[in-house]
Design a binder for this molecule. Sequence first.
Ligand code: GLN
Length: 240
Amino acid sequence: MEIRIGHLYPDLLNLYGDRGNIQCMVKRCQWRGIEASVTEYQLEDPIDFSGLDIILLGGGSDREQAIVCEKLKTIREDFKAYVEDMGVVLAVCGGYQLLGHYYDTDQGRIEGLSLADLYTEQGSPRLISNIIIENEDFEMPFVGFENHGGRTYTGDLKPLGKVLFGCGNNGKDKKEGILYRNIVGTYLHGPLLPKNPHLCDYLLKNALMRKYGQAELSPLEDREEKEANLYIRKRFLERQ
Ligand code: GLN
């Protein structure tokens, strides 16, 4: 078995080292004897979506997002077909915003891919916080860090989780991120997957299921990750 990961525009969308999420996916495959390869795409590179099982779109500044947005127009149809065919996508922060219809900023509108029915408006102050979110379909909450000026509105889309601590999509509706087809969109960046191995395995399982029709992932120990998760929950939730 092999998982092929595509990292879109790492030179522009790599705030807070989103690249580490790729290393996490690769490692968790290798520990289980699953091959994993990574292809990085720069703006000028053509993308054959049929050769990919997981796509990572990372975070970026507004300026970098505006540059990427121009390119996205040219790949939109292929990207949409990939998403509708249940291709796995992890889109973080700026990348998450770009999945929607638009991101309105003081400098003007950044058009998105319209792959998911959401939109973003810049607001003040920036939403900067540690964050904990809960989704009862997963064995433990997701923990992370957020830093965004944009407020994202996701309508009826299923959230990645309910906000227990922090701001989430817009600081108001207690929703964080989205789950749509096999897309995970979220504002949790930095070491999202190393901190949340259950989310990493969710992505890997979806990719294997789509490709091979089965997804047996042997369990990994994850003792330290679970302890760290618990520590964060205690630290932030018990003092509320
Ligand atoms: N530039 C976007 C915002 O501030 C996304 C930031 C990010 O990716 N951290 O909302």
